[in-house]
Design a protein around this ligand. Sequence first.
Ligand code: IMP
Ligand code: MG
Length: 218
Amino acid sequence: MAKDALSKSNTRKARASAAEPLPAETRGDLPIMPMAGDLARVLVSEEEIRRRVRALGAQISRDYAEGGSLTIIAVINGALLFVADLLREITVPVQIDCMRVSSYRNDINPVQEPEIIDMLRLDLRGRHVLIIDDILDTGHTFERVTAEIRKLGPATLRFGVLLEKLGRREVPARPDYVGFSIPDEFVVGYGLDFAEHYRNLPCIGVLRADCQNPPEWA
Ligand code: IMP
Ligand code: MG
């Protein structure tokens, strides 16, 4: 598939179907887990995640149907759960690799320059590559990861995120696939963590302010 044709037709489609910002009120039911008590409220329920992941998988499958195959790069740890579920909704042949990036040092303020801790094993030359991250916040991770992958010579390169935080961008970043647009609050669950906790919550919720700096995690 021609690079231009892919980027023009599909970027447009992807933007049009990205979810609207979610209303701020509580959504969905709290999961039955003790750590769910640390959430101020649920922002995206398990069911909403499932539906949106299914829709994104269908969209990606359509977008890459002509391309032959796709290489997905998961930015871990945050994108682990999202990518695992998304992969099962994608019907075109897929290769997968992971890139470990660290943006946080045990609190809610990102370090200035995201650090690439572990790089890929696959050869990306001439491949259609889709990077998947958990959340787009300031855009520094997007910028850094995209620049690194571009150096490896993919035929096409796109970026998808489960969540896009509104009003936080410090560098321009326009993801091609967005699960949900959310307000500027610190969220955890479905792969997203605070100091490596909460990744296994099945929903996405706002972390209570008094749980954001427990002394025992310092
Ligand atoms: P950025 O470089 O500021 O765009 O941040 C992207 C990374 O910061 C994500 O991949 C997450 O790991 C992390 N991050 C940003 N906002 C949140 C949040 O609300 N909860 C958990 N992690 C977050
Ligand atoms: Mg991350």
